[in-house]
Design a protein around this ligand. Structure first.
Ligand code: SAH
Ligand code: SF4
Ligand code: F3S
Length: 426
């Protein structure tokens, strides 16, 4: 069978697609790059907002109309299987049943929403998109139940992979020439807690950075109040570990944070950020904010603006609140902030964020930074600094190469550099 994948959502979903592709290839199927060459399209879906979910239905509609066979996996499959079955899709696989992909593609399974997550380990094949940078899911699920969020319903309870299996995967990847690894979890700081054997993200990073061939390690996403001092210390101590913490705040208002069931106050959040800035040289902070959560007043939003100005994020994702079926917020709180107010708050926040990014990046102009190349078009190559700034460099530089470049310009989220010869950006 020739299979085309369309993947939506977070890095975890991207990696799940890589695993499904690997399993299919191993079973003798072919993964194709164009829909027109395929016998079947697999849509790996995201349900985090209404917009992400609706994209899936409209794509299915278009594909079915054009006569394609469609299978659905991921968070919409797990969360809204009844709705999907009305679309006449070939199969529906949940987030913890990706190991059933071969049976599903071969027509032997129509629906699987069971938990077979333990089928996936370091021996499972993965067809990775990149050759030098690899994603590894280290903890599945989420137990936090933020009142707006569908993820705990679509990804299930937290389950950490044994540290020995993850280290085995890191070793195998290093032998395959991979130089960068990103450890993934909805709550990556919770990694190991359920194993009750002293395993932690700090320990995993410390052991992984010592593996031959590994040059950079990243971790995503951190839950503010779960970041341990041990983790901050390890990040500060080892040069191969990224200095970037992605710590979504979601809001700066204590009243809204409480309604969201986020387990920290604005003050506590800022204290964590301060601790990181103090202990980790050249650290950077990334984050997510939801605007227009039910009941969010102008004063609440001012608190968010104030938090964003104080933290000075290197990157910030801003999303308008979207009620998700089955969540506490959708059931009990009215979505009462009008869409134009949400939009205005998003613009205001983005405007402030852009000026902060500009300030944080302009200080690098004429300075030399070290980046590891992650992709190249031949004419321009892209890499990231250890604190997660995206740099575009003129010319072809092979993936995985660590280069020193001089920053010349900054435009919409990307730094531009020459590689020491001539610059096409000057
Ligand atoms: N585990 C991560 C994020 C998971 S979802 C964390 O704890 O932060 C990714 C982002 O989507 C969230 O950070 C949040 O900003 C956004 N998001 C989640 N549910 C949402 C909703 N119902 N409406 C709008 N944005 C939402
Ligand atoms: Fe969703 Fe909250 Fe879990 Fe993040 S921590 S995945 S926002 S419930
Ligand atoms: Fe989306 Fe599911 Fe990831 S809802 S953000 S694909 S965990």
């Amino acid at each position: 069978m020739k299979v085309f994948f369309k993947t939506y959502g977070c890095q975890m979903n991207i990696h799940d697609s890589e695993i499904m592709k690997g399993l299919l290839k191993e079973a003798g199927h072919e993964i194709v790059d164009e829909i027109k060459d395929s016998d079947l399209v697999v849509i790996n879906t995201c349900a985090v907002r209404g917009k992400s979910e609706n994209k899936v239905y409209s794509l299915i509609g278009r594909l079915k109309k054009a006569g394609h066979k469609v299978g659905v996996t991921g968070c919409v499959a797990q969360g809204m299987p009844e709705k999907l079955s009305n679309y006449g899709v070939e199969f529906i696989l949940g987030t913890r049943s990706i190991s059933s992909i071969v049976n599903a593609v071969e027509g032997l399974k129509k629906i699987d929403l069971e938990d077979h997550i333990l089928d996936i380990n370091s021996q499972t094949p993965a067809l990775r998109d990149q050759k030098k940078h690899a994603w590894i899911n280290i903890i599945a699920g989420c137990d936090k139940f933020c009142t707006y969020c569908i993820v705990p319903y679509t990804r299930g309870r937290e389950l950490s992979r044994p540290i020995s299996d993850i280290l085995n995967e890191v070793n195998l990847l290093a032998k395959d020439g991979y130089k960068q690894i990103t450890f993934l979890g909805q709550n990556v700081d919770s990694y190991g807690k359920d194993l009750k054997d002293g395993t932690s993200l700090a320990k995993l990073l410390e052991l992984s950075q010592a593996i031959d061939g590994i040059e950079r390690l990243w971790f995503l996403t951190s839950y503010p109040s779960d970041i341990s001092f041990d983790l901050i210390r390890v990040v500060g101590n080892y040069p191969k570990i990224s200095k970037n913490f992605h710590i979504p705040a979601q809001s700066g208002s204590d009243r809204i944070l409480k309604k969201m069931n986020r387990r920290y106050t604005k003050k506590e959040y800022l204290e964590i950020v301060e601790k990181i800035k103090k202990e980790v040289e050249n650290s950077s902070i990334g984050g997510d904010i939801i605007v227009g959560f039910p009941g969010e007043s102008d004063e609440d939003f001012e608190e968010t603006l104030d938090l964003v100005k104080k933290v000075r994020y290197i990157r910030l994702n801003v999303a308008p609140y979207s009620p998700r079926p089955g969540t506490v917020a959708a059931k009990y709180y009215k979505d009462d902030v009008p869409f134009n107010v949400k939009k205005a708050r998003m613009s205001r926040l983005n405007e402030i964020q852009h000026s902060i990014e500009k300030e944080l990046n302009e200080v690098l102009i004429n300075k030399e930074v070290e980046i590891m190349i992650e992709k190249t078009t031949g004419k321009i190559s892209y890499g990231r600094t250890i604190d997660n700034r995206m740099v575009a460099v003129e010319g072809f530089i092979p993936e995985g190469e660590m280069v020193k470049v001089r920053i010349e310009d900054f435009k919409s989220g990307t730094l531009y550099a020459s590689n020491g010869r001539v610059s096409i950006f000057a």
